[in-house]
Design a binder for this molecule. Structure first.
Ligand code: NDP
Ligand code: 2IT
Length: 444
């Protein structure tokens, strides 16, 4: 590790002692980018220093009435990180743990991810510390409307285009889009993840999970391997987990686990499409707990545990940040894993990543492997702009091509003598496009 890197990071730790996730994300990128900029002097121009400072951050009050007419207050955020290559783009997260540091880490990652898609997308992220658990449909609607009452003046189809993330799915996007439309008197592509029939794109719900599996398949292909007959361990049971599971089944693999914040289920027979439909209904409509799967299908349920002790060939962490640590990584490697592909953002901590790389496991960072979601968001924006809708196959084929191109980009910038460093490849590949645009646009 160079002195320059060490000084850079210790400075960030001093500046942001209360934003550990942000420092973690910056540190991971800086470790690849600082040696690169030292060798390529044109980028050694305060580019990284500028990239870690958001162009704008908006923090606002979100007051709403619960069903008993009590006034509730939450905090709303939008971090507009970088607009060098396109309008700010990234999801909204509603979760009780949300704070500025978490959204800055997500917005920072988004800049590199969006650049890797090769599409014209800047990076941003937003959300609220609102906890959707246990709230009624009308409470969710009133919260979403109040959130949009302030956010609407900061976003727009050419300025900043939000989408979903944890706790924000089709229902919440609908309520927020409806409120934006009312306030702006405009039907536009200002949000992505909209419903089919009101501006949404086919394959957007599937895109992050499918894209993650397409990326993992590309990695396995480099060793002449694939998903067929492989055992898969998945964490999470939300949007990304559900469609990672669906595509893995489609490619002939056996999915053994899924989880939520209360524990994980282990189905030795494998989760088939019928059982996955049960999970989709349970999570997307009934909004129940994953333990209900264990009752329905007589599988095992491990309360308050993560699924990393289950032996799998392919691990797809699809729940949340820092859900897989060094001890988990050691166990996973001991169990003979081939590939770890991140559906979530930063689910593996730095020590776990280092261990996977040291043991030559095929490991993909989320900014590369989960970029399919935002890529299809961009395709939704294109369809909104041309007022036309592409077929399922058209969008799916474009998604496959984009994931393959991201893989190629990681290989180009991450190839070592005997293996591929996907972390370095994704960081440098994502950096170059944004850095070139920033250099061209002057000191702004
Ligand atoms: P969902 O809200 O649909 O699902 C989230 C899942 O993760 C749920 O099963 C949830 O369990 C679990 N989870 C959330 N927080 C925690 C926690 N602190 N501890 C344990 N489990 C947790 O979100 P998504 O599937 O959309 O997002 C999952 C991940 O993928 C996130 O990291 C997100 O940033 C990332 N991502 C999402 C994209 C998208 O298009 N949606 C695109 C790219 C990345 P519970 O219900 O109990 O809370
Ligand atoms: O983390 C992500 O890439 C997302 N939550 C999706 C962002 C988007 O704009 O579709």
């Amino acid at each position: 590790m160079s002195t320059k890197f060490k000084n850079f990071i210790s400075n960030q730790i001093k500046r942001f002692p209360h934003q550990p996730e942000f420092v973690q994300a910056v540190s991971e990128v800086a470790e690849s980018v600082i040696p690169f900029t030292s060798e390529n002097k044109k980028y050694d121009n305060m580019i990284l220093e500028r990239m870690i400072e958001p162009e704008r951050m908006i923090i606002f009050r979100v007051p709403w009435l619960d069903d008993n007419n009590n006034i509730k207050i939450n905090r709303g955020f939008r971090v507009e990180m970088n607009s060098a290559i396109g309008p700010y783009k990234g999801g909204l997260r509603f979760h009780k743990n949300v704070n500025l540091g978490i959204l800055k880490f997500l917005a920072f990652e988004q800049v590199f991810k969006n650049s890797l898609t090769s599409l014209p997308l800047g990076g941003g992220k937003g959300g609220s510390d609102f906890d959707p658990k246990g709230k009624s449909e009308s409470e969710i609607m009133r919260f979403c409307q109040s959130f949009m009452n302030e956010l609407f003046r900061h976003i727009g189809p050419f300025t900043d285009i939000p989408a979903g993330d944890i706790g924000v799915g089709l229902r919440e996007i609908g309520f927020m889009f409806g409120q934006y439309k009312k306030l702006s008197n405009e039907f536009s592509g200002v949000i992505t993840g909209k419903g089919i029939g009101w501006g949404g794109s086919l394959i957007r719900p599937e895109a992050t999970g499918y894209g993650n599996v397409y990326f993992a398949e590309e990695m396995l292909n480099t060793n002449g391997d694939g998903f067929k007959n492989k055992k898969i361990v998945i964490s999470g049971s939300g949007n990304v987990a559900q469609y990672s599971c669906e595509k893995a089944i489609d490619l002939g693999a056996k999915v053994l686990t899924m989880s939520d914040s209360s524990g994980f289920i282990y189905d030795k027979q494998g989760i088939n499409l019928e059982k996955l439909n049960f999970i989709k209904y349970l999570k997307n409509i009934k909004r129940g707990r994953i333990s209900e799967y264990a009752n329905e299908y007589k599988s095992d349920f491990f309360e308050h545990k993560k699924p990393w002790s289950v032996k799998g060939d392919i691990i797809l962490p699809c729940a949340t940040e820092n859900e897989l640590n060094f001890e988990d990584a050691k166990l996973i490697v001991k169990n003979g894993v081939l590939c770890v592909s991140e559906g979530a953002n930063m689910p593996c901590n730095s020590e776990a990543i280092k261990y996977f790389q040291q043991k030559k496991i095929l490991y993909a960072p989320g900014k590369a492997s989960n970029a399919g979601g935002v890529a299809v968001s961009a395709l939704e924006m294109s369809q909104n702009s041309i007022r036309f809708e592409w077929s399922r196959d058209e969008v799916d084929n474009k998604l496959k091509e984009i994931m393959k191109n991201i893989h190629d980009c990681c290989v180009l910038h991450g190839k070592n003598k005997s293996d591929i460093d996907y972390v370095k490849g994704a960081n440098i590949g994502g950096f170059i496009r944004v850095a070139d645009a920033m250099l061209a646009q002057g000191v702004v």
